[in-house]
Design a protein around this ligand. Sequence first.
Ligand code: F6P
Length: 380
Amino acid sequence: MVKKVAILANGGDVSGFNAVIRAIVKTAEGRGVKCYGFIDGYRGLLKNEYIPLSTSDSRKASGILPKGGSIIGSSTNANVFNYKVEENGEIVYKDLSDVCVENLKKDEFDCLFTLGGDGTQKSARDFSLKGINVIGVPKTIDNDVACTDITFGYNTAVSVASDALDRLHTTGETHHRIMVLEVMGRYAGWIALESAIAGGADVALIPEIPYDINKAVEKINHRRDMGKNFSIVVVAEGAMPKGGDITIEGTRNNGSGVDNTKLGGVGSIVAKQLEELTGLEARCTVLGYIQRGGTPTAFDRVLSTKYGSKAMELALEGKFNVLTVLKDGKLDCVPLEEVVGNNKVIGAVSGNTKESNIRKVNMDNDLVKTARNIGICLGD
Ligand code: F6P
């Protein structure tokens, strides 16, 4: 019997976190279950910092459906299985997961909902192996969590990017320029590809297809020959040239954690090269965190609500250690074991490693086919 549950939001924020929290709380309240939220993701679990969540208190889980961010915060560098601590003036990494297990047991939580991406669900699986009842909800604007068709937050990011492309279109056309938009997408090009289609772009460069800049030049020159002396180019932050590397701007999370590179800069490189090779002026815009903030789209509000209420239903059925997913339009769940794929080692790294199980764009995906059919150059 589930009577008391906790929610945590972890990893980079997305629009939709609050909608999931609200749906879990509302579904729980209808069945007499008490809800709590750990502050700042796994860090709050480690410190045992949590607050009650209810819809009767308007400062908490009510009135938050359209609100961006997360009312219980989130953390991007809180891998409690490999946690950065200072000991005798030295930085060391420690497995502090047993402290979290103790916290959950001591305060008698029957289930922990983990709202997050690949790394968050990896830790969730690791907690399930330590006897904790966990239910994951797939979040990330990058849309790269395995075993589900879509993550919450992704649709809002695509919508923001396609709106930016509409605006770049008019200024590009006016000044006869190549307008490059760098969007997020560390290891998967879903945002770049889908927004390129939605925003009528001419070129889309994604991490899954190392690009040949000359192919983009051919496309832009061909347009110019037809009298169209402006072009729109979308570049995922994780795109790389053939035989080249990902562009790294710096370090994130102060170097703690396991996936520390801050990507960025490939858009400017592409714009400079296109300017030199086509003779047309080029400008680059980096969309950045605008993709993650603000109100969720109607689609994301509904998806987040479905995921949240399904997660609570699963808890009430006693079906733990699973991730809520959408498969061919139907709500479902899959074991967290499947989500982590080959990344079986407890506390092992997430991100773009050989072991991780990120869902990348497949070359036989409809989006790839559609883009090619309508003449969007993918750099190959
Ligand atoms: O994974 C989501 C994401 O937004 C990526 O697209 C991006 O590379 C990364 O997070 C940025 O993370 P941070 O918030 O640490 O800068």
